[in-house]
Design a protein around this ligand. Structure first.
Ligand SMILES: [Zn+2]
Length: 361
């Protein structure tokens, strides 16, 4: 069949990948050997995401010579409005992440939180859908709101009601940040923005990571925040893995509905354009990117029936998790990697999230 030829054409490119930017057995013999490989992979991921280029034209140096994040001056913020909700207040902010680029976000502040003393706080990334609304359990469309509540995936709101201050932005192309003023609620502009970014020497995923890092700059400069963790489901899981991989200020992460392998996944997963970074798949695996988080704690959650698990289903995901686990074993910290592969589809489950947060904050 002609379709099999095309699949084989692409899969064979991944089969022929060299080990230059891949974690191998010889990298797992000691922490120093592993960290040497991490440094190499980190530099390559930064290069492929075009992360330095995002701020370069504004004179903003995001990374040092070793590709470690440098904290940048705190971005300007405007508070637009404030709504009292069940157990927390939801503030609507605009944060300037680059000169002239304003990111809307919700900041959820638990009622009992004393903002004169430091707390652990959460950066919550949304997936594909209505942006920050999906994370915070709010929507102007009653049917959408009902569906969100029924599915129980509003992890920003859930964590705020558990006492954590939550920052939930709209990424490029989502929520209030659509290209067209009359864009339909709940959809996204990833394909157009991804094409534009690549044609301009950038990547959309690099822009996502940049904006999240600007929020971390802001959070850690506040007297009420002493630790940042990141959470995200689906596209938010994607943003969490890449941001946490490159931003070592983030102490732990939760990525739901996203762990997979590029090999056996790229043509089967129906992933959005924001996943496709030029040259990335032929260079390394997702588990190599996730290896940059090691040994910081990470919780990966996937439904065993999730269509995004790739060819081979959950076995594809378990293979990725085992590979990542071997990296934690270098430090004897296998307990810092947790998985929740639960019997379900592409949906937030969250059964292990709260205990994980309590354990690792
Ligand atoms: Zn996308």
């Amino acid at each position: 069949m002609l379709n099999k030829e095309m699949v084989q054409f692409f899969e064979s490119i991944l089969e022929e990948r060299s080990d230059e930017f891949r974690v191998t057995e010889s990298d797992l013999v000691s922490p120093s050997a592993f960290e040497k490989k991490q440094a190499k992979i980190r530099r390559k991921v930064v290069e492929l995401l075009r992360l330095r280029e995002v701020g370069a034209r504004f004179g903003m140096q995001r990374l040092d010579e070793e590709m470690h994040v440098i904290s940048l001056p705190v971005p300007d913020v405007q508070v637009l409005d404030r709504v009292s909700c069940e157990g927390y207040t939801r503030e609507h902010w605009l944060m300037e992440t680059l000169p002239g680029i304003h990111m809307p976000m919700y900041v959820l502040i638990p009622d009992e939180m004393d903002r004169t003393v430091p707390h652990p706080c959460i950066l919550a990334a949304h997936g594909h859908g209505p942006g920050k609304d999906s994370v915070c359990g709010t929507s102007p469309v009653p049917e959408v709101l009902a569906r969100m509540k029924e599915r129980g995936g509003c992890y920003g709101e859930i964590m705020a009601q558990q006492g954590y201050m939550v920052f939930a932005p709209d990424m490029w192309g989502f929520g209030e940040r659509r290209i067209h003023d009359d864009a339909k609620y709940g959809e996204r502009d990833c394909p157009a923005l991804s094409d534009a970014a690549e044609a301009c020497g950038l990547t959309l995923l690099g822009l996502f990571v940049w904006d999240h890092m600007r929020i971390v700059d802001y959070m850690l400069a506040q007297p009420y925040c002493n630790e940042v963790a990141m959470m995200g489901f689906s596209g938010g899981g994607e943003q969490t893995i890449y941001t946490t991989a490159l931003d070592e200020r983030i102490v732990w992460g939760y990525a739901g509905g996203y762990l997979h392998q590029f090999q056996g996944g790229m043509l089967y997963n129906h992933m959005c354009a924001c996943n496709f970074v030029p040259d990335l798949f032929k260079t390394m695996e997702l588990s190599d990117v996730a290896g940059l988080i090691v040994p910081r704690p990470m919780l990966y959650e996937n439904g065993t029936e999730d269509g995004l698990n790739g060819h081979g289903g959950i076995i594809n995901v378990e293979r990725a998790a085992e590979r990542i686990r071997s990296m934690y074993a270098v430090y004897g910290k296998e307990d810092c990697l947790e998985t929740n592969f639960w019997p379900g589809g592409h949906q937030y489950n969250g059964a292990k999230t709260l205990p994980f947060a309590k354990k690792h904050f």
